[in-house]
Design a protein around this ligand. Structure first.
Ligand SMILES: [Zn+2]
Length: 490
């Protein structure tokens, strides 16, 4: 997040301005110390990051990274974070700095590095964050540093102590397309160096500036470690895939936090120059010369996301009920009731794919799996972090992200439904909570509570088998499955 500076006072702490003062005061700053003419309400308002605005004292030229030149000159640059890591300390460390982050920032024209010194501010940077940097000076990179191969220019700033520079993380920066076009990408053309994940795993690490475009499949839990030197660090494993292969992307240290905002089967990563290890499972990680573009604007990325979404639709163990899509009340009151057969739906859906409609089916359940699912502890299910989760209980915790989850009745509980024209398997249906209750005579919670009662489960299964069911269903291309809205046992 952007540094939160309560008033102008911290920019001009006496011990910094006075070169004679070598011993920084360890005394905590009290309200009285902020005696800079601001009222307490003004100071409080400034604490609110939304209200806080840094006021530049000079004019800064807005420039793109590709046109930066080394030397003095006030510029403001906006770009996306494509890598960041803690820099090892050296003797050039400014007084009072507690550490330094190296942030690699990219826009559509180029890449440069920001040495961001910090004292009290904890910059919570994520990959893909849109950031703006105000600086009075740009330097040529230290050529010895591998990290700067692709970031030949660097600026060194310490916003907490130097009022001529500033570092800002843009609000809601995941949205929008600003600075999301990969460098060198032209619409309709293949991006230079882009290879499939399979080709990369099979020998791509040899390719200089090799790039892979992958989709996030699932995100593992964050694990905390203490390093040999006694420092706290963390890591997270992200499963990634494209249409040719699967792999793991391990994020260490500060970058691990980035994964928390990524969405399985949605977030696309363009990874340039990753580190690679292939002993057990192909594993990518970030070195200092790696760059990660999150959700880049390019045709291949849209295509891969589309593929991923189609795949999840097929694979999701319990696709969520599309709330608000079908007007069940209105359909129930309507005098016109369209009776379909399973063959009709197939035909109708093919002929008018963009339509969505509500109709009725007359079906018989010829396979029920209540007892067998109970035995396998799979009566209810859901999915989190891209991982299917089953239980004979209505709530559980995701082992990856530790979120509390509510499980819904497993659609595989009804194995096969038929009418005179065809059959439909449970995987092709999405059930509303209401329909489950009408079918089973109990809601998910009551079903979960009945799991100790084997007799009841067996009875339920026997009672429902071969019963004729009047099914009110909805169809929509958007959902791509038959949605069971209501059920009447005939
Ligand atoms: Zn989760």
């Amino acid at each position: 997040m952007a540094p939160q500076v309560p008033s102008i006072q911290p920019f001009s702490q006496p011990e910094v301005l006075s070169p004679a003062s070598h011993k920084p005061s360890r005394r905590p700053i009290s309200k009285a110390d902020m005696n800079d003419g601001f009222t307490s309400s003004e100071v409080e308002a400034a604490f609110d990051s939304a209200l806080h605005k840094w006021q530049p004292r000079m004019t800064y030229d807005e420039v793109v990274i590709g046109s930066l030149v080394p030397g003095p000159g006030c510029v403001v640059v906006t770009g996306r974070v494509v890598n960041s890591y803690d820099q090892t300390m050296n003797s050039k460390m400014p007084q009072e700095a507690r550490g330094c982050l190296r942030v690699i920032v990219r826009d559509d024209t180029g890449t440069f590095a920001v040495k961001l010194w910090y004292a009290k501010v904890d910059y919570q940077l994520r990959l893909g964050h849109l950031v703006s940097i105000w600086t009075p000076h740009i330097s040529s990179g230290e050529s010895s540093s591998l990290a700067l191969q692709d970031a030949a220019l660097v600026t060194s700033i310490f916003p907490e102590r130097d009022n001529s520079c500033y570092f800002m993380v843009q609000e809601n920066s995941d949205e929008g397309v600003l600075c999301k076009t990969p460098q060198g990408y032209r619409d309709g053309e293949k991006l230079d160096g882009l290879i499939t994940l399979k080709n990369y795993v099979d020998g791509g690490p040899e390719v200089a500036e090799g790039k892979v475009l992958v989709c996030v499949k699932s995100i593992g839990g964050r694990k905390k470690f203490t390093t040999e030197k006694g420092n706290q660090t963390q890591k997270v494993d992200v499963n990634i895939f494209d249409d040719t292969a699967d792999a793991t992307l391990t994020l260490w240290g500060r970058t691990a936090a980035s994964a928390s905002s990524w969405k399985p089967s949605y977030t696309i990563l363009l990874i340039t120059n990753p580190s690679f290890k292939g002993d057990v499972r192909p594993t990518l990680s970030l070195s200092q010369s790696t760059r990660v573009d999150v959700d880049p604007c390019m045709t291949d990325a849209y295509w891969l996301r589309g593929q991923a979404q189609r795949l999840t639709k097929r694979e999701h163990v319990n696709q969520p009920f599309p709330e608000g899509l079908f007007d069940v009340e209105e359909a129930a009151e309507s005098e016109v009731r369209m009776l379909f057969t399973l063959a009709d739906i197939d035909e109708f859906a093919r002929a008018a794919p963009a339509e969505h409609f509500i109709g009725y089916l007359s079906l018989t359940a010829i396979e029920l799996n209540i007892y067998s699912l109970y035995q396998r502890n799979m009566l209810l299910c859901t999915e989190c972090c891209g991982v299917p989760i089953f239980a004979n209980a209505i709530t559980t915790q995701c082992k990856q992200c530790e979120k509390d989850l509510t499980l819904r009745i497993n659609p595989r509980l009804v194995g096969l439904l038929v009418d005179e024209t065809g059959a439909i398997t449970s995987g092709k249906l999405i059930w509303s909570d209401e329909a489950w209750e009408q079918l089973l005579g109990r809601n998910a919670q009551e079903l979960a509570a009945a799991t100790g009662n084997v007799q009841l489960l067996k009875y339920l299964e026997n009672r429902l088998l071969f019963l004729k069911l009047a099914v009110m269903f909805g169809w929509s291309e958007e959902v791509g499955k038959i949605v069971v809205l209501r059920i009447t046992i005939v």
